[in-house]
Write a protein that binds this ligand. Sequence first.
Ligand code: NAP
Ligand code: MG
Length: 481
Amino acid sequence: MPTFEYAPAPESRSVVDLQSSYGLFINGEFVDSRGGTPFKTISPATEEVLAEVCEASAEDVDRAVAAARAAFGSWSSLSGADRGKYLFRIARIMQERAREFAVLESLDNGKPIKESRDVDVPIAAAHFFYHAGWADKLAYASLGQNPRPHGVVGQVIPWNFPLLMLAWKIAPALATGNTVVLKPAETTPLTALLFAQVCQQADLPPGVVNIITGAGPTGQALIAHQDVDKVAFTGSTAVGKAIARTIAGTRKKATLELGGKAANIVFDDAPVDQAVEGIVNGIFFNQGHVCCAGSRLLVQESIAQEVEDKLKARLATLRVGDPLDKNTDIGAINSAEQLERINTLVKVGEDEGATRWSPECELPANGFWFRPTVFTGVSQTHRIAQEEIFGPVLSVLTFRTPGEAVSKANNTPYGLSAGIWTEKGSRILWMADQLKAGVVWANTFNKFDPTSPFGGYKESGYGREGGRHGLSAYVTTGAAT
Ligand code: NAP
Ligand code: MG
């Protein structure tokens, strides 16, 4: 038990200037929707209404795509160095306004301020810096002969890392000379709208970036729009498959970044205390709303009890509550709908016979919350070992040999990421080679860097984001047609 209580350490909200309602960002200006229905975005920690935004109609999608098309000619014919200057400017403004972005992200999404402040916002800015550096070097990046942009890119992103996913999408698109229409998730539109203000502040030419808010149907209209040349989507496998069906047979290029069910594999020679920190970071970072979360712990049988005991002791120290408090470790679940999904799968886990455990902790009266949860006695056929829960819920399985660890790790429809904890370098390399996962971390977890490509195998999608591989998705090569 802690020997002292933490005093409240709330970050001030005053740095954020919330408007009561927002329009759509089309052709460099905030405009009213034509025929779209307004909806409210709330703070999932308190259920307080933050602002009203508009669900963009098919006509709005049309206007945004037309603005992006009109801007494409001059944007793509700017020199790479000049495009790079805009990206550098955007990156610097994001850094200058980092606190504003972090507070707004935590308000709208529910994630702890220490994560939005130390992870989401700095890495988002880093993506703009990184891609700014590529803008004038595309011809030397081994992307192929004569790399050039596709044209208008339609981008749809999820609610778990709203600003960071925006950066992953917009920075490479602009660096390569494409123009963009982006739809943020319904529950987290506010940092994308603040980013639209940053585009204005950076004097980005009108139409290069357009942000349209809305829900599924707006995303669908954007993806299906006939003047969109490339689609970039991050979200669930179910919607990814629907998108693949929609664009099949068209000339549209696509990258799909979908779900995951990562194995975090701990061998008996691992430094156990460090591994426990990695397990906690792997599944409880961002309330477990992470596509590459280490949601399945595979622990070698001989140390399983020791790891379980240490993990439970560590989880008892986690602080769940106000996302704006600087001492909070676990914030709010993003929506009532997501909380319902987590509750449903956790109930299935209990019904299937796994043993559920959570530390004692008080949850706030309002808002959407879920205690950090560990399931032991999980077998491979359990749904909690196969399906993405997308919440702070860890399923623990055991193994005896490296070969068994590999087959269990690979035994899901997904293949986004994995973690390996061992002191043997040779074992790390052997395991990494066997694992069907786009990203493999060794003796660490959930590390992200703009230089490193990220993406999946199997039902985790196709294409890569970040690094040179990510750039290649935004260019076409070979002789011009
Ligand atoms: P989602 O339901 O698939 O939504 C993702 C985005 O697509 C949202 O903007 C959503 O709008 C929109 N959308 C919904 N239906 C659509 C349709 N038919 N056509 C076009 N767009 C549509 O996913 P989510 O529940 O928000 O996000 C969680 C999922 O994202 C998880 O499965 C997670 O693993 C995955 N994810 C993957 C990565 C990665 O890089 N691989 C990263 C982060 C998250 P609404 O907001 O209105 O629903
Ligand atoms: Mg919200």
